[in-house]
Design a binder for this molecule. Sequence first.
Ligand code: URP
Ligand code: ZN
Ligand code: ZN
Length: 460
Amino acid sequence: MSDLLIKNGDIVTASARYTADILCQDGSISAIGENLDAPPDTEIYDAEGKYVFPGFIDPHTHVYLPFMGTFAKDDYETATVSALCGGTTTLIDFVIPGQDEAPLSAIDTWKDQAAGKAASDFSWHMAVTRFDDEVESQLREIVASGIASFKVFLAYKGALGIDDTELFNTMKLAKELGVIVTAHCENPDMVSSLQEQLLAQGKTGPKWHEPSRPVEVEAEGTRHLCTMSELTGAHCYVVHLSCQQALQEAVEAKFRGVDVWVESLIQHLLLDKSYAERPDFEGANFVMSPPLREKHNQDVLWDGFKHGFVSTLGSDHAPFDTEQKKMGKDDFTLIPNGIPSLEDRVRMFYTHGVETGRINLHRFVYAASTAAAKIFGLFPRKGTIQLGSDADLVVYDPEHRDTISADTHHMNIDYNPFENFDVHGRCDLVTVRGNIQVREGEFVGETGIGRLLKREPTHF
Ligand code: URP
Ligand code: ZN
Ligand code: ZN
C-alpha cells in the first residue's frame, strides 16, 4: 500500500463541509489541510468537483445466513466487493447460532466463512437464539472478545425467536455488560395465527405475506421491546422499522425515557407492497420481513431521518435467488425472506434523499455512516473524517448518471429489487485503511485485507 493524497475534495461529514486535501498514511488520516505536499511515493488523487465522504457503514447485513432451509447467496468476498463498489467500507453482520447450538460454535462458523475473504472491514452482532447458563457464560466471553452488541428475534417462532423470559434475561445481561440489544420486532404469535388463517382460506401467493404481518404486528413488537428496555434499563435498537405505527411506538418510548434507536432500510424507503403483488410469482423477490408496506409509510420514514427519529440506514442484505424463492411457490410462508440491497443502499439514499431535498448532505452521512459508528462503538475510528481515523474514504462524483441493473451489479444474485431505477452519482474512489479498493465504481483492490473489528461495550 502506498500513501495517498486526495486533493481539493468537497469534504462532507455529519457536521461539517469544507474544501481541503486529505493525506492518508499507514492506514489512517494523518493530515487535513489546504495545499498539502505529497511525501515521496504518495499517490495523488484529484477530487476537485467531487464529494469526499467518510466510508459508509451498513449496520445490518446477512452475508452468511442459513435461513428457512437454505443459505443466502453471497459470501464474504462477493458481499464486501459489492459493498465497496457502492461505497460501504464497513459492514456489521449477524452471527446467528441455531437454537441448539452454542454461541461460540457459531462464532467459529462465521470466522471460517470470513477467513481470508473480506475486502472491507466488518464486525458482528451476536444473536441470542436461546438463553440458559451455557449461553450466558459464552455471551460474557464473546462480549469480552470485542463483539459488543446482541441481536434478538421477536419473530420467527420455532426457528430463531426467543420467548419473553429469554428476552428479559438477555436484556438484563446486556444492561450489566453495557451492550446494546438490536431486535427484529414482530409479534410471533400474531404472525403464526394470521399465516394459518390466510393459508386456510387458500391465500397462498406472495401477496399474502404482508397481510400475514400487518403494521399492528410490528407496532406491537416494537412496543414490546421498548417495554423490556424500560424494565431492564438496557439500550435497544429496532432493526428494519418499516411503518408509521411502529415508529410512533418507538418515539413514544423515547419520550418516556427509553434508550431506543431506530434503523430503517432503503427497501422500505423506496419500494412498497405492490412490488410483492407482482404476477407470476415475481412478487416473491420482494418478500421480506417486516414486509414492504403501503406507500404512505415512506414519507413518514423519510421525515424520521430528517428529524432524527430514525438514526441509521441499513440494507438487511439477505439475497435469495429466484430459484430459492420458489421454495414457497405453493405457500408464501416458505418463501425465504430477504431482499438484496447492500450494493445500492448508499447511492439510492443519496439519489432519492439528498437530490430530492428530503434530507441534507449531513443527515445523509450521519444516517449512512456516522450514526452506526457511534451507536455500535466504532466512532471515531470509523464514521468520520478526522486526524487519526481510519482512512476509509469515498470520493463521490455526483454528476455521474447510471441505471441499476442485475446485469451490472456485483452481488451474487440474479435480480435487483431496484432494476431500472436511475441513480445519481458513482463511487469514483473507495479506500479501506488507505488501500484503494474501488476506482470508477469497479473493484480494483485486494480481497482478504478486511479485518474483524473489535468493539468495546459502550456503557452509554
Ligand atoms: O426478511 C428479512 N428481513 N430477512 C433477513 C432476516 C431478518 O429478519 O433480518
Ligand atoms: Zn429481521
Ligand atoms: Zn436482518
